[in-house]
Design a protein around this ligand. Structure first.
Ligand code: NAG
Ligand code: NAG
Ligand code: NAG
Ligand code: NAG
Ligand code: NAG
Ligand code: NAG
Ligand code: NAG
Ligand code: NAG
Ligand code: NAG
Length: 281
């Protein structure tokens, strides 16, 4: 059976005028998007594969990145996985950008230069599912809209959008299940939607906007599943509407006096919610 990736690749190739094989072999390690090169850089992520230790797929210069031969039929060989690039946007970007068809990247880093902030106002990565490492914004305070409807897992989610006069933004991660290393968000944030998040090392949110920290922290801590021995998924949220530090205590063990006390807490605060400190401003 053909994989969805193969189908999407075939469609893109069908629509592509240039020789896709040639195009893909010139892909740099970091894909820097601007308003005119999207169609030529997207195929990089669809045609490049990493084939691990299989010597027959290693390129002559020792790189384990190979170009899948577009004229050969069928999906790439077993053992090969799509090659992950870092994606960025060019500093000259002014306005909105939509980068479709990319499903998997090593990292997505959007950072303005030392002289000027990035003037990216809206970014759509509508097919993106996995970011292995950082999903990062800095010096990009004009960002007012972000669309990542399919994003399921990231390494770090780290947005620093709190400059002098940042645009207000509603952040929605409707499919995000895992942010292994944590979530750090700063900016003029009015709302954050994380309905299916179950794994995050830490969550630390700082908003100057209308964000309701109390209900956000409760909903996030309710869906987090403690990982590892330390089992302390701390959620910190500060906004003009209120400040919250909360974490989920380890599941109580039966029999001890401590677990009895915890059960009392559970009645009040809901399943596995260990401690809730609310200080209103
Ligand atoms: C595409 O480029 C490759 C490498 O340059 C070449 O071998 C191949 O014949 C080209 N295919 C077409 C359809 O032009
Ligand atoms: C976009 O980047 C490409 C290189 O990928 C460059 O050739 C082109 O001039 C750039 N276009 C703009 C408008 O900056
Ligand atoms: C994205 O894929 C669709 C087919 O699913 C294709 O029509 C479109 O040209 C592609 N766009 C880019 C920028 O690759
Ligand atoms: C090694 O080969 C790959 C794929 O053929 C190419 O993209 C890359 O630029 C090459 N690296 C060097 C250092 O020549
Ligand atoms: C691609 O595959 C076709 C068919 O298997 C083969 O004839 C062609 O030589 C290959 N091209 C490259 C550049 O490997
Ligand atoms: C950026 O876009 C805005 C709105 O479209 C426009 O007013 C402004 O002149 C643009 N700036 C540059 C440097 O092109
Ligand atoms: C940045 O974008 C905003 C909104 O489109 C526009 O008003 C402003 O002029 C832009 N700034 C630059 C330096 O292009
Ligand atoms: C939470 O984030 C804020 C702003 O980024 C930072 O100042 C603070 O030190 C962080 N708190 C913790 C416990 O990491
Ligand atoms: C969990 O983290 C909170 C906040 O950092 C801390 O106050 C608390 O002592 C920690 N609890 C455990 C069991 O590690």
């Amino acid at each position: 059976m053909k994989s969805p990736l193969y189908s999407i690749t075939a469609l893109v190739l069908g629509a592509l005028a240039q020789n896709a094989t040639e195009l893909a072999s010139t892909c740099p390690e970091v894909l820097v998007f601007n308003s005119t090169n999207i169609a030529s850089l997207v195929p990089c992520t669809l045609l490049n594969y990493r084939c691990g230790v299989q010597p027959e797929y290693s390129s002559p210069n020792g790189s384990d990145r190979i170009i899948w031969n577009a004229t050969a039929s069928g999906p790439p060989a077993a053992g090969c996985t799509p090659y992950s690039f870092q994606i960025e946007v060019d500093e000259s970007i002014n306005g909105s950008l939509s980068i479709p068809n990319i499903t998997n990247v090593a990292s997505a880093v959007f950072e303005g230069g030392p002289v000027e902030d990035l003037n990216l106002t809206s970014l759509a990565l509508d097919d993106l599912v996995t970011i292995g490492g950082d999903f990062y914004f800095k010096l990009a305070d004009n960002l007012a809209s972000l669309s990542v409807p399919r994003l399921t897992s990231v390494g770090d989610l780290e947005f620093h959008l709190g400059g002098e006069n940042p645009a207000s933004i509603d952040l929605s991660f409707p499919s995000l299940v895992s942010a292994a290393n944590g979530i750090i968000l700063e900016g003029n944030i009015d709302s954050i939607d994380l309905p299916v998040l179950s794994s995050a090392f830490e969550v630390n949110i700082t908003s100057t906007g209308k964000l309701d920290c109390v209900s956000l922290a409760k909903s996030v801590v309710d869906t987090l599943v403690p990982v590892g021995k330390s089992a302390n998924n701390t959620v910190i949220c500060n906004s003009p509407q209120g400040s919250v530090t909360t974490y989920k205590a380890a599941k109580p063990t039966s029999g001890s006096e401590r677990s009895f006390r915890l059960r009392g807490d559970l009645k009040v605060l809901g399943a596995f919610l260990g401690l809730l400190i609310i200080t209103s401003c």
